[in-house]
Write a protein that binds this ligand. Sequence first.
Ligand SMILES: CC(C)(COP(=O)(O)OP(=O)(O)OC[C@H]1O[C@@H](n2cnc3c(N)ncnc32)[C@H](O)[C@@H]1OP(=O)(O)O)[C@@H](O)C(=O)NCCC(=O)NCCS
Length: 174
Amino acid sequence: MSLTVTAMEPGHWPQVESIFRAGIETGHATFESAAPTWERFDASHLATHRVVALDDAVLDADVVLGWAAVSAVSAREVYAGVVEHSVYVSDAARGRGVGRALLESLVASTEAAGIWTIQSSVFPENVASLALHRALGFREVGRRQRIARMTHGELAGRWRDTVLLERRSAVVGR
Ligand SMILES: CC(C)(COP(=O)(O)OP(=O)(O)OC[C@H]1O[C@@H](n2cnc3c(N)ncnc32)[C@H](O)[C@@H]1OP(=O)(O)O)[C@@H](O)C(=O)NCCC(=O)NCCS
């Protein structure tokens, strides 16, 4: 589909939040049980490397198809080039290359900024996310056992595994 990946602006937040909520409701996107406020999201994600995919078919308004953003994994200087990312695509736009476009943009912008590792934890049941990340060169570090307990949805109360994925840049920090 025809889309443009561009910087996330505060005005995109209502759509970003709604896509976040729909992802949470799948039960296989995150341990979080609710989307954060804009203020919390803004404080916990780096101001750079926050992107939205906009639908090119709609010219007079920004229609957000999906978003991606990164957080620092550590305050220690030696890990300044390691970030953790999230990627969410609206229900109606999944399976059409939006997630790939968002992650490709994130890989390019983080590498340009000297970030060498992007990581993410994915539920083993999230086959779409695992396929997307593999397609973008992420490798499976390992499976974390009963790492946290679900607090929402059909699996509330269940301890769940996650798969830790990482993409180590071949061009930064060689
Ligand atoms: C996971 C998610 C971001 C994938 O985004 P998407 O736009 O649907 O994925 P794309 O269409 O870009 O597909 C990317 C690759 O994954 C593969 N893929 C996508 N969905 C798949 C599925 N359900 N089963 C198997 N492979 C799948 C595609 O074949 C494609 O591979 P290719 O480019 O080599 O052909 C999206 O499904 C989503 O937002 N899910 C809900 C929220 C979530 O789980 N986020 C991730 C949290 S870890």
